[in-house]
Design a protein around this ligand. Structure first.
Ligand code: G3H
Ligand code: 13P
Ligand code: ZN
Length: 309
């Protein structure tokens, strides 16, 4: 099976009231954990690569790992650039074989965001690649950009039709109260489902993307804290809210922090129990196994994309 775009995945997800998981990948164990999980429960996948991941692992290594996963599992996989912040990085990923890119112009003015996004769309569509744009601004940390809660902005539904029409994007990330990282809410978690509802009325049958959608699974936060870590107050998006979003117009749900927590918690626990071990295969094996369990849980109990191939 060759790499695919997200077009068909989103069409079926929209109609079926479920969402596709977009999981961030940085190394072999993460790619294997995610793809083995999806294989077991028969789910399509989006594997996404950030600028930081490309810097860490190099484009070619991640691409070859994903190609190996496709050969191994025969799953429909879309490979996506997460938070591209310039035309150049989008072009480099398109030229380097990605089937989907995000151009995140959310830090620019509305007009500048449209101009940049359209430039990427024109280049991508001419080469069969799909594009995700973003309107509104999430709080939290991405790479070296830290958006404070005060600077975060909900998406204005009145702007979405003009943005989508003028840019030609294939999907749209919106800000409804989620944020990146492991500290998402100070008090009770709250998402603006009214904004999502209004956006979907204005963009019928159009796939919406939810970033910052890790649930910050307490089991892994506790595993980190019980084994020398220090993450008091970590809090994510409750799973029932994600399920509700997936039943609505949200077709892509981005998950990275939960993978990081599962990996780090497992490795911390492993070393606490086996302080004399030093073979990376010994501690990376349970880390990969827990990533697999986590992703299966997400697919079956949160996203609903199991048995959709
Ligand atoms: O939204 C950001 C993703 O979690 C990727 O994070 O830029 O540190 O790789 P990163
Ligand atoms: P989390 O930090 O909630 O996992 O969000 C990931 C994300 O949005 C990647 O683009
Ligand atoms: Zn994101």
């Amino acid at each position: 099976m060759p790499l695919v775009t997200s077009t068909e995945m989103f069409k079926k997800a929209y109609e079926g009231g479920y969402a596709i998981g977009a999981f961030n990948v940085n190394n072999m164990e993460i790619v294997q954990g995610i793809t083995e999980a999806a294989k077991e429960v028969n789910s399509p996948l989006i594997l996404q690569v950030s600028a930081g991941a490309r810097k860490y692992a190099k484009h070619v290594y991640l691409m070859k790992l994903i190609e190996a996963a496709i050969e191994d599992t025969d799953l429909p996989i879309c490979v996506h650039l997460d938070h591209g912040d310039s035309f150049d990085i989008c072009k480099s990923c398109i030229d380097g074989g990605f089937t989907s890119v995000m151009i995140d112009g959310s830090k620019y003015s509305f007009e500048e965001n449209i101009e940049l996004t359209k430039k990427v769309v024109d280049y991508a569509h001419a080469r069969g690649v799909v594009v995700e744009g973003e309107l509104g601004k999430l709080a939290g940390i991405e790479d070296d950009v830290n958006v404070s809660d005060e600077d975060a902005q909900f998406t204005n539904p009145a702007e979405v039709e003009e943005f989508v029409t003028r840019t030609g994007v294939d999907s749209l990330a919106i800000a409804i109260g989620t944020s990146h990282g492991a500290f998402k809410f100070k008090g009770t978690p709250r998402l603006r489902f009214d904004i999502l509802e209004e956006v979907s009325k204005r963009l019928p049958n159009f796939p919406i993307v939810l970033h910052g959608a890790s649930s910050v699974i307490p089991e892994y936060v506790e595993m980190i804290n019980a084994n020398g870590g220090n993450m008091p107050g970590a809090q994510g998006v409750p799973e029932d809210m994600l399920r509700q979003a997936a039943r609505m117009a949200v077709c892509k749900i981005n998950i990275d922090s939960d993978l990081r927590l599962a990996m780090t918690g497992t490795i911390r626990k492993y070393f606490a129990e086996n302080p004399e071990h030093f073979d990376p295969r010994q501690y990376l094996s349970p880390a990969r196994a827990n990533i697999k369990e986590l992703v299966k849980h997400k697919i079956v109990h949160v996203l609903g994309s199991n048995d959709k191939i």
